[in-house]
Design a protein around this ligand. Structure first.
Ligand code: F6R
Length: 239
């Protein structure tokens, strides 16, 4: 694991966007894996800025998002579909975008379909990740095994509480989601994980040097051959 410490969130976002820009410049037809949540918003902002300046071109890029609530209307402003359009896709020229369909009639078929689409793309070149306070990556919640493929998941109480900030009430947070599995994520050639803020310091330490256990899904990243972790001073203070 390569660990990069940045002074603050702004510097972290710039560094992360630069790594993604370099990936796309090296391989213009890159397949990117993308994340939602608070942590990557600065990265998307920076990438949009770079795109507008002509420093990066996504015309041949495909992008697969990690996860989506289920069920949820794409038009709902809490859906990850909506988030990605607002934060990133409507500002840039990514050729093909994929997000699990929160409106699918059958979640099991949607999981299978999504896994197939990722495989058919030739595989993810660079996967961007955040980390949950409970160690989740995507919505792979603490469990007694590592779920391999894209699957339907019941969200942890702690995830529902953490994500309530995006909803009017905690009771409005969907209880389920579709997420890429650990194998889906692990097959990415490169992984770039971002963590910001003091609240992530303990789980970041556990991810980097704690026991490898499905109770902390992020710990499996210790076994991936090409992981870069960018932390700001607060999130990295126990490293
Ligand atoms: C988002 C995702 C989640 C988040 C994690 C951290 O697509 O898969 O794993 O990365 O919950 O969220 P923030 O960045 O809001 O702290």
């Amino acid at each position: 694991m390569k660990i990069i410490k940045e002074a603050n969130y702004e510097a972290l976002s710039k560094k992360s966007a630069e790594i993604i820009r370099a990936q796309v410049s090296e391989n213009p037809a890159s397949v990117l894996g993308l994340a939602t949540g608070s942590t990557p918003t600065g990265t998307y902002e920076e990438l949009v800025r770079m795109y507008k300046q002509g420093a990066v071109d996504f015309a041949k890029v495909s992008a697969f998002n990690l996860d989506e609530y289920f069920p949820i209307k794409k038009s709902s402003d809490q859906s990850y579909d909506y988030f990605m359009k607002q934060q990133f896709f409507r500002h840039v020229n990514v050729a093909k975008t994929f997000i699990p369909n929160g409106e699918a009639p059958d979640y099991a078929a949607e999981c299978e379909n999504y896994e197939k689409q990722v495989a058919e793309s030739g595989g993810i070149d660079l996967q961007l990740l955040g980390i949950g306070n409970n160690g989740h990556i995507g919505f792979n919640e603490p469990n007694d095994y590592f779920p391999a493929a894209t699957h339907y998941v019941m969200l942890d109480e702690s995830t529902i509480k953490a994500n309530a900030r995006f909803f009017a009430n905690e009771s409005d947070v969907p209880r389920h989601a579709i997420t890429m599995g650990i194998r889906t994520i692990f097959k990415a050639k490169k992984i770039l994980l971002l963590a910001s803020g003091a609240g992530k310091a303990e789980i970041v330490k556990q991810m980097v040097s704690g026991k490898i256990t499905p109770q902390n899904p992020s710990s499996i990243l210790q076994l991936h051959p090409d992981v870069t972790i960018i932390v700001d001073n607060d999130a990295g203070r126990l490293l």
